[in-house]
Design a protein around this ligand. Structure first.
Ligand code: SF4
Length: 164
């Protein structure tokens, strides 16, 4: 049975920057949870950041790959550099994924850690740009496919291919 890494906030854990969860009521997630497939993980908490915490964005909306390459930082609105915690969380997520032979992750869209198709533009004005978060970029560079919570049906098709 293939296990799936999931953003802890989608599974009801109140670990977001604002101290809340972003619980998904998706039926597939509920079924996979009952099957014991899901590995909940919050990269920012595992990277050492508190709950609640100031929101952070990637400089210039550059994307997680640029952060991994040392070409962009993750900053809070007041300019505090939280890059090291984001990198630590990403590597902890990769370790958890590899320990569980995980090939698929379902991570919260839009997050500077977990986003897969979009992130914010780095100017704290609520504007999205194409790009992925730091954890997503690291997982994908190691062959793990990341889907946002609005693409769970795509993850299900992927799982079927793996287990078909
Ligand atoms: Fe959710 Fe990911 Fe943010 Fe943690 S880092 S609160 S799992 S979106």
């Amino acid at each position: 049975m293939h296990r799936i890494l999931v953003s802890a906030c989608l599974l009801g854990r109140p670990v977001r920057f604002d101290g809340r969860a972003k619980t998904s009521d998706d039926e597939l997630l509920a079924r996979w949870r009952a099957e014991g497939r899901l590995v909940p993980f919050c990269p920012e908490v595992e990277g050492g950041l508190p709950v609640p915490r100031p929101p952070a964005e990637i400089e210039g909306g550059a994307g997680g790959t640029a952060v991994l390459a040392g070409e962009a930082r993750v900053l809070t609105a007041d300019g505090t550099d939280v890059t090291a915690a984001f990198l630590a969380g990403a590597h902890a997520a990769l370790k958890a994924a590899q320990e569980n032979d995980i090939r698929i992750a379902i991570l919260k869209e839009g997050s500077p850690s977990c986003g897969s198709l979009r992130i914010y533009d780095g100017r704290f004005r609520g504007v999205s740009v194409s790009g992925s978060g730091v954890t997503t970029a690291l997982l994908e560079s190691h062959g793990i496919t990341v889907y946002g919570e609005d693409r769970i049906s795509d993850a299900a098709r992927h799982l079927e291919r793996l287990e078909g």
